[in-house]
Design a protein around this ligand. Structure first.
Ligand code: PEP
Length: 252
């Protein structure tokens, strides 16, 4: 049985005082029940202080990006081992904003995925199509291409310790959410692609949905058989909004 993972991608938002209030609010309101875990992904400068705040709580820590290199002359970059060193368990790789605004290719994303795992981090691999790609019927081939780049570089075994986030680009930060059925179709497709290589890994892999997920639509999305949680942007910046999604994931 897969647990839900409810992950907050804070993007380039926050301050020391705002983060403290947000994380304390989340920790203080973690829903009773089980079957889910919570994760926050603050900007780099705040990782260490948020690590101290979440220590001993039910909330885990992740980063939003990572270098594909171990160390050296890469000005402005952050190495996987550094993230591990400050307490991260997870790191997002291949977010569509990284792909579109910073030109990250699927091959570079695959290198980041590998580097993250080598340092003991769990990568959250983001895949998803643009509106144009959905409209011209290429959603599955776009997702396959993004996924295959990682499968070719890392092999299917690497997905034992990884998470995938399906994030249709047209739904990110737009208020347009994929319907539960639209999301389920792509999640099912992703799981089936992996099952062709290893059925056990495909079955245990968490596949999150991302794209304007909020308290009002979370229950519908999370009720789908292949949706195992959410990667949440806007609604992760207010404790009550994030907790409303967590409540939809909580069982019992
Ligand atoms: C995201 O940035 O990964 C995301 C899903 O954002 P939002 O929830 O704001 O659409």
């Amino acid at each position: 049985m897969r647990e839900f993972l409810i992950a907050g991608n804070w993007k380039m938002n926050g301050s020391r005082s705002a983060n403290e209030a947000l994380v304390s609010g989340i920790i203080g309101g973690v829903p009773a029940g089980s079957g889910f875990s919570l994760l926050v992904c603050p900007p780099f400068p705040y990782l260490a202080s948020v690590a101290a705040t979440v220590a001993g709580s039910a909330v885990k820590l992740g980063a939003q990006n990572v270098s594909e290199y171990e160390s050296g002359a890469y000005t402005g970059e952050v190495a996987p081992a550094m993230l591990k060193d400050v307490g991260c368990e997870y790191v997002i790789v291949g977010h569509s904003e990284r792909r579109s605004l910073y030109g990250e290719s699927s091959f570079q994303v695959a290198a980041k995925f590998l580097a993250a795992q080598a340092a003991g981090l769990t990568p959250i691999l983001c895949v998803g199509e643009t509106l144009e790609e959905r409209q011209d019927g290429s959603t599955e081939s776009v997702v396959d291409f993004q996924l295959n780049a990682v499968l070719d570089a890392a092999g299917v075994d690497a997905f034992r310790l990884a998470v995938i986030a399906y994030e249709p680009v047209w739904a990110i930060g737009t208020g347009m959410t994929a319907t539960p059925e639209q999301a389920q179709d792509v999640h099912r497709h992703i799981r089936a692609r992996l099952a062709e290589k290893d059925a056990g890994i495909a079955e245990s892999l968490q596949i999150l949905y991302g794209g304007s997920m909020k308290g009002e639509n979370a229950a519908g999305l999370l009720s789908m058989p292949d949706i195992d949680g959410g990667l949440i942007g806007g609604a992760s910046l207010k404790a009550d909004d994030f907790l409303a999604i967590a409540a939809a994931a909580s069982q019992g």
